[in-house]
Design a protein around this ligand. Structure first.
Ligand code: PLP
Length: 387
């Protein structure tokens, strides 16, 4: 039986997939089982931040596989300790919890915020403000947190205690910041919501009001983090430091890993037996994470991400069919004047360019290591399609 039929016979049809059986990848080029090549402007939805099978990342991961593949969290490993230390030093956080995905990292943040408030103020201060059009994951908790009605179907009852505020609406925010609220959770650039960056004055207002009321700010940087916006954390673009930041996607270069980072004020809230994960902090993923940090912390790397992002944005804005280019850095949303983004995405795929969509936009999340020649080749494919 052919791969696609076999897969569809046995795997639940939760995704609309392209007819592409991926076989291998090298840097920013993927090869399917028939040998057709694709330039990758999607990096597996932002996960393969160093592209496919980066040599130093492969070496780090393979050497860890041969040494120790899994360790119960009842014991310690050096690779985990090193990764936690480096991640906290890089981001200015005090402690972290290791999860396996973005949704799990956010679950941890939600639990942490509620316990922080319960420990200090008792019951009743459990509400978390999230933004209209946000996306925080697919678990029951993170689906409930997600501020889009389209996700609030079928699975009733959803978790209580999430209140939605309109992004960039300071009046809506202050009206809803009452004494039932323990946290405000934001994406600095709403990714699944259409690559929409928050306004700085709204971000500043959140931090100002939360500081006054001892309400925690949680940044969901699952999509924006790990260099995606040209800074290690998107919060750096706004000059703020949330109490909690969650990371996943690119954090281990394409291996399943998530992290919930907490500052001094709340890093000891989740104590013994209040949270856990069998696989959380898996040594292989941590080894991949250390290799990602090696690269992102290398001289000139982040500057090169910013330069490439500017280059792509400049080229896109010269295309007559492009109405606007949104997002920050290498998180790029493209709105067309007349064309349908999903149809353009499909045509790109047929011509050998892997891209994504987000709402009515075409979305690029290229590997941070992408070369200028692959950028040019990819943009030429797009240009041929959109004119
Ligand atoms: C901002 C944000 N949060 C959370 C998630 C969920 O992450 P995961 O699919 O790893 O659970 C995503 C996934 O797209 C995301 O973009």
């Amino acid at each position: 039986m052919k791969t696609i039929e076999k897969f569809n016979e046995h795997v639940m049809p939760t995704y609309g997939r392209f007819d592409l059986v991926m076989d291998s990848g090298e840097h920013e080029v993927a090869t399917d089982e028939n040998g057709k090549k694709y330039i990758d402007f999607g990096s597996g939805i932002g996960c393969n931040c160093l592209g496919f099978c980066d040599e130093s990342w492969v070496k780090a991961v393979c050497s860890q596989v041969q040494r120790l593949q899994h360790n119960s969290n009842y014991y310690y490993t050096k690779v985990q300790a090193d990764f936690a230390d480096r991640l906290c030093t890089q981001t200015g956080y005090s402690k972290l919890f290791f999860a396996n995905s973005g949704a799990e990292a956010n679950e941890c943040a939600i639990k942490l915020a509620r316990k922080y408030s319960f420990d200090k103020y008792g019951k009743g201060r459990h509400n978390i403000i999230t933004l209209v059009n946000s996306f925080h994951g697919r678990t029951m908790g993170t689906l409930s947190a997600t501020g889009q009605d389209v996700f609030h179907n079928y699975f009733f009852p959803f978790l209580e205690g999430f209140v939605n505020v309109k992004a960039n609406d300071c009046d809506d925010l202050t009206a809803k910041l009452d004494d039932t609220v323990c946290a405000v959770m934001i994406e600095f650039v709403q990714g699944e919501g259409g690559v929409v960056a928050l306004e700085k004055r709204f971000v500043d207002k959140i931090f100002e009001e939360c500081r006054k009321r001892d309400i925690l700010v949680i940044a969901d940087e699952v999509q924006t983090g790990v260099g995606r916006t040209g800074k290690f954390l998107a919060s750096e673009n706004f000059g703020v430091h949330p109490n909690i930041t969650t990371l996943a996607k690119g954090i281990a270069g394409g291996l399943p890993m998530g992290a919930c980072l907490a500052d001094e004020s709340c890093c000891d809230v989740l104590n013994r037996s209040t949270h856990g994960s069998t696989f959380g902090g898996n040594p292989i993923c941590c080894a991949g994470g250390n290799a990602v940090l090696d690269r992102l912390q290398s001289e000139g790397f982040m500057e090169s991400v910013c330069e490439k992002a500017e280059y792509i944005r400049g080229k896109l804005s010269e295309m007559p069919e492009v109405e606007s280019v949104s997002g920050i850095g290498m998180m790029i949303g493209i709105k067309f004047k007349t064309l349908n983004a999903a149809e353009v995405c499909k045509k790109c795929f047929e011509k050998g360019l892997l891209v994504l969509t987000a709402k009515d936009k075409l979305r690029f999340l290229p590997p941070l290591t992408i070369s200028y020649s692959e950028i040019d080749d990819g943009l030429n494919i797009l240009k041929d399609i959109i004119g």
